[in-house]
Design a protein around this ligand. Structure first.
Ligand SMILES: [Fe+2]
Length: 224
């Protein structure tokens, strides 16, 4: 029964990938997807997702409607602690792993997450080893990474982050609903929030070196 509610959402995600062949070098198509029963877990942000306005295109409206359909069944999660991101962030943020090593559909080479961030939030600088593709379903967030890679994609556009590229997101007046796809290495590992106590360029230099796990480096990374 539960799987029957999720299947149309997975089919829509597969359809998106099918019509985005230019993403293939970054995110390979999922192989050997297998449904796993996972418990529902709720979060305070779920009513905000149900109240989202319709996105501007039929494809995005369809995708958002299918997300709303699984919302009361999904295993909603938060990657971060209150110490890392603050209580207000946690009250308006959440995600679930639709496909992936820990997803509703198990898969070892690909992960797909549905993520939500409420209006006015700042999703702090973070890194992960996986390559990442964001599809903006709703909202107009501003993405920050390299100083020359500041971008405010509108719904329907995608944003790429390569492995270990530090990035942050400023959510505007409209809440952000996104499909995040992961490929490459360590798709089973959580992102790491970078310390808030250092200037942004030090955080970037530190993480671009690819050595955020090296103990001799002076910059502390808080556990994800
Ligand atoms: Fe990311």
């Amino acid at each position: 029964m539960t799987q029957a509610v999720f299947d149309p959402l997975v089919d829509t995600v597969k359809g998106f990938l099918h019509y985005q062949p230019h993403l293939a070098p970054i995110i390979s198509e999922p192989e050997n997807i297998e449904w796993r029963d996972r418990p529902h877990f709720s979060l305070p942000c779920l009513p905000e997702i149900l109240a989202l306005d319709d996105p501007p295109t039929p494809f995005l409206r369809n995708l958002q409607d299918k997300i709303k359909a699984v919302l009361p069944l999904a295993e909603w999660k938060q990657s971060y602690t209150k110490k890392e991101v603050g209580k207000n962030f946690l009250n308006h943020y959440g995600y679930f792993e639709l496909i992936g090593p820990n997803g509703h559909y198990h898969c070892d080479n690909f992960a797909a997450f549905i993520g939500y961030c409420g209006p006015g939030l700042f999703y702090n600088w973070h890194v992960h080893r996986a390559d990442e593709v964001y599809l903006i379903i709703n909202g107009a967030p501003t993405f920050h990474s390299d100083p020359n890679r500041i971008q405010t994609p509108t719904p329907g556009l995608i944003r790429l982050h390569s492995s270990l590229e530090p990035h942050a997101i400023t959510i505007g007046a409209v809440p952000l609903l996104t499909l995040a796809l992961w490929g490459g290495e360590e798709i089973d590992r959580l992102p790491k929030i970078l310390t808030r106590r250092r200037p942004w360029h030090q955080r970037i230099n530190y993480a671009i070196s690819g050595s955020y796990e090296r103990k001799e480096r002076p910059l502390k990374v808080e556990k994800g």
